[in-house]
Write a protein that binds this ligand. Structure first.
Ligand code: SAM
Length: 250
């Protein structure tokens, strides 16, 4: 089976120009050259996040970059039919990596790091670049040709404000806040009035949302959703909502 790697540069889409040579550098080239030890003449599948994947053949291998010739381009849509954004407080350490990896596999369109009153992990530049790497790795593995977007972090103050919820781009979205006192997840997702709606789900930190945060969300039109009788960790709750809303509609 051909290796599947990511090109951060958009690849030529005009098939009239094929075969066309492209150069791959950076971490992806390093891995292919020094870990996989690829050779000239080997097949390589590239994707560039545009929704397409490209059949190529490796033509030159150097120390830090390689050249491949594109022969064919295919649009392979492996996206969910429901556009799901998960806004969750960042868990710490390995659980952050696990969360992002699973959201990519399950087809979330976007992940938004949520800065809640009781958040512990920081959603700074270091976390963003770690998460970006996980998005690429998970997309390579699961065959997604469109990258899950990493949104700029937002505070609960912003997310649960009426300015945000009433903005044109968010007004029609089903906005769910995971809270034990809510309605059942499947009941909400399967309700006829919610079919085809974009879903935005907010998941709290390990210490939970504060009463003020919950009150602000409810006043701005967020719908409380229960995820069952047991208290789930932040990342489990996020993955559960994503699995039901995005992967459940594939
Ligand atoms: N001690 C915290 C509390 O009582 O709120 C527990 C927080 S839980 C570890 C982290 C987040 O996951 C919660 O803020 C909530 O958004 C979500 N969550 C976990 N279990 C849930 C459940 N059974 N129903 C709804 N949301 C849940």
């Amino acid at each position: 089976m051909a290796y599947r790697y990511f090109s951060a540069e958009r690849l030529p889409a005009d098939e009239a120009l094929y075969p066309v040579s492209v150069t791959l550098g950076g971490d992806e080239a390093h891995h292919l050259i020094h870990v996989m030890r690829v050779r000239e003449g080997e097949p390589l599948i590239l994707f560039d996040g545009s929704g397409a994947e490209f059949d190529t053949e490796i033509t030159h291998v150097k120390k830090k970059e390689l050249t491949a010739e594109i022969h064919a381009r295919r649009v392979e849509d492996r996206e969910s039919s429901v556009c799901v954004t998960i806004a969750a407080a960042l868990p710490k350490g390995d659980r952050q990596r696990w969360l992002v990896e699973k959201l990519v596999e399950l087809g979330a369109a976007e992940f938004l790091p949520l800065e809640a009153e009781r958040s512990v992990a920081k959603a700074g530049d270091a976390a963003a670049s770690r998460m970006n790497r996980v998005v690429v790795e998970a997309s390579k593995q699961c065959g997604r040709n469109t990258l899950m977007q990493l949104a700029e972090p937002k505070s609960t103050k912003t997310l649960f404000s009426s300015d945000f919820t009433q903005a044109e781009e968010n007004a029609e979205t089903l906005k769910l806040i995971a809270h034990p006192n809510g309605k059942g997840l499947m009941e909400l997702l399967e309700a006829p009035e919610n079919q085809g709606r974009r879903v935005l789900a907010a998941i709290g930190p390990e210490g939970g949302f504060s009463d003020t945060e919950v009150e602000n969300a409810l006043n701005s039109g967020w719908v409380p959703v229960s995820l069952g009788k047991r208290i789930l960790r932040t990342e489990t709750a996020a993955v559960m909502v994503c699995a039901a809303a995005a992967a459940g509609q594939d």
